[in-house]
Design a protein around this ligand. Structure first.
Ligand code: SF4
Length: 628
């Protein structure tokens, strides 16, 4: 087989044993790699209905079809486990050198089972696997852990995925970090922590064999040239933070826990402002000619020395959404999350929930006692030092940080039960995952995409904000096209997440981000890598199948139509300012759009998948288990 090794590595932490599983080429043609293959491995290996933090929840890692080849932005891998935040599929992407090391060690995927009884660093050294004591790595942050492992092994080519203190402490939105990138959002870090897995290290020394190296090189060269042209200029110069001012103009920039969509100090936290005052350098993932990561530092004030990469999502969550206008504080907050190994988006949205709860009297100063402030502190919106302290408390699960470490859904449920309050009304999550940085009250297609999303409030998996924002659809209204548009958007995104290719390359095939140009070009890349004979239809089906396996996983874990919901606020509290003021997504609109979406997908009215549909996709065994 070209492009693959045909082998999956299984590691049992309980028994400390390993085995190799061979997969047939047909299996690879169905699930390809990235989030789709990781989700499929999870489907095959999980104890159905298990507690996400129990030994029955495996960690599944799947390589990329293009990792280690010249294909630009193909150095990525997928990770899947049952999410402790949502109880449904937790699927993430990360990239860079770790992905390449996995491929070069000749493993297409890794499944980590069980639970170790002491802290461990698993080291995959090509075909050999070592279980190394990780006790001395405890308490180190994510960057320090990677460095310490390289020093210990005496090889700077060893690549590690690690958890920081947040993962060790089972913060439910802890991330897994490699090479400064994160497999984020759904709490993989807590799953690693529950297994006492501090790090997974890989040394891969083999080359990658492809079917037609000459053609692959030529195709890759052309795309690389395009990737350094105008289609990616905004990412290369300002990164995604350039979206702050545009979202503000459109009234979509979440501000003070999604109360409003416009921030009076947006110019002080814009990508442009940050570029002028805080930019240090631009860096890239391995195998990427675009380089979107804008490293920013704090040069003065109490947080001087903080430095990390800042993108739009972590910026909105820890800046405007907490009412914070000092970009230095935002950098400090994101740096704390990155070093501590926790999701900066969920952190910001959870801190903003605590801020609103404080301002509404649900919490008092007394609730915020901690070592740093024994008398407590007042986390009103805009109080940057309070946000920093809360973030540290969440990472360490100190005081009220223990409650907040569970994310907004659980934190609001516990609070409301204990205090008789209604803080769920401003808990901004979907299925337990905190929302991304686009207010969906006046992005109706996106609202549907988020509600039905398999991993919750995630813009990356839905991509349905694109038609609303570009004007392809009328973002303020609902019509009969929305089911199809939202469905096609998530299937489109799933193609990129499965190969995986970074989505920032999407305009570099023909200049447009559409299927017509990209799918034939991607088919050529797949064929030159594997020797297969894919065309437009086969590429399109990659996305459909990837989404279907994730949906099937959720159904088997107990999903019902009621789980496709929106936050209370988006359905009941219109914004009062800006270009999106006055809108909510009503129950009638949401249920109507869900009907349209399930119909487009060919599912039942209850959102279940007919057996025939699964068989059509080659997923016969899945049909047996959950098909109706
Ligand atoms: S564009 Fe950015 S996120 Fe995408 S591969 Fe390149 S550096 Fe990584």
């Amino acid at each position: 087989m070209y492009g693959y090794s045909g082998r999956i590595l299984h590691i049992d932490l309980t028994e400390r044993k390993t085995w190799s599983e061979d997969k047939p080429e047909e299996w690879y043609k169905l699930y390809i790699g990235g989030v789709s293959m990781a989700a499929r491995l999870l489907w095959e290996n999980i104890e159905v209905g298990c507690d996400p933090l129990s030994p029955g929840n495996p960690i599944c890692i799947a390589g990329g079809i293009f990792a280690g080849t010249p294909v630009p932005v193909g150095g990525k891998h997928g990770m899947a486990s049952k999410s402790p935040l949502t109880g449904f599929i937790g699927d993430s992407l990360s990239g860079s050198w770790f992905s390449l090391a996995l491929k070069r060690a000749r493993w297409d995927g890794v499944v980590i089972h069980g639970q170790s009884d002491s802290w461990v660093n698993v080291f995959i050294d090509d075909d050999r696997v070592q279980f190394r004591d990780a006790t001395k790595l405890l308490g180190l942050n994510t960057y320090e852990t990677e460095e310490a492992i390289r020093d210990e092994l005496g090889d700077d080519q060893v690549r590690s995925a690690t958890i920081g203190p947040a993962g060790e402490n089972l913060v439910l939105f802890a991330n897994v970090t490699n090479d400064g990138r994160q497999a984020g959002r759904t709490g993989h870090g807590a799953v690693w922590g529950s297994k006492k897995l501090k790090a997974l290290s890989i040394r891969g020394t083999h080359g990658v064999t492809v079917a037609d190296p000459e053609t692959l090189m030529k195709l890759s060269y052309d795309i690389t040239q395009a990737a350094q042209g105008p289609h990616t200029a905004k990412y290369r110069i300002y990164g995604t933070a350039t979206s702050v001012l545009k979202m503000d103009r459109m009234g979509l920039l979440p501000t003070r826990n999604f109360r409003e969509g416009t921030f009076e100090h947006a110019d002080l936290v814009s990508g442009e402002y940050m570029h002028e005052h805080n930019h240090v350098k631009t860096i890239a993932c391995a195998q990427c000619p675009i380089a979107c990561e804008q490293m920013c530092s704090v040069k003065d004030g109490p947080y001087a020395g903080a430095m990390t990469g800042i993108d739009y999502e972590c910026l909105f969550a820890n800046g405007p959404n907490c009412g914070i206008s000092d970009i230095r504080t935002v950098i400090k907050l994101v740096d704390l999350c990155d070093r501590g190994g926790m999701d900066a988006m969920t952190n910001g949205v959870t801190v903003s929930w605590a801020m609103e709860s404080f301002e509404r009297g649900v919490f008092t100063k007394e609730d915020f006692k901690c070592k740093k402030y024994p008398e407590g502190f007042e986390p009103y919106f805009g109080n940057g030092e309070a946000a920093v302290t809360l973030t540290e408390m969440i990472r360490d699960r100190e005081g009220i940080g223990d409650l907040l470490s569970k994310g907004t859904r659980l934190a609001s449920r516990i609070t409301d039960e204990e205090r008789g309050t209604e803080s769920y009304k401003w808990a901004m999550n979907i299925k337990g995952l905190e929302n991304a940085g686009y207010d969906a009250r006046a992005l109706k297609t996106f609202a549907l995409g988020l509600a039905v999303g398999t991993r919750g409030g995630c813009h990356n998996r839905s991509a349905a904000y694109d038609p609303d924002i570009t004007g392809e659809t009328d973002r303020f209204t609902v019509d009969e096209t929305r089911g199809r548009v939202a469905g096609r958007s998530e299937e489109y995104a799933a193609v990129y997440d499965t190969l995986p290719l970074c989505k920032f390359i999407r305009r570099c095939f023909t200049g447009k981000a559409d299927r017509a140009g990209a799918w034939p070009a991607i088919a050529k890349l797949i064929n030159a890598t594997t020797g297969w004979d894919f065309g437009y239809d086969e590429v399109d089906l990659i996305g459909v199948r990837a989404h279907t396996i994730k949906k099937a996983f959720n159904i088997r874990e107990g999903w019902t139509r009621a789980d496709d919901h929106l936050p209370y606020r988006w359905q009941h509290d219109p914004m009062t300012k800006g270009a999106s003021a006055g809108y909510v997504v009503t129950d009638e609109e949401l249920e109507y759009m869900k009907d349209l979406y399930y119909e487009y997908k060919g599912w039942t009215k209850e959102g279940l998948i007919p057996k025939s549909k699964l068989i059509e996709l080659g997923m016969d065994d899945v049909a047996e288990e959950i098909g109706v």
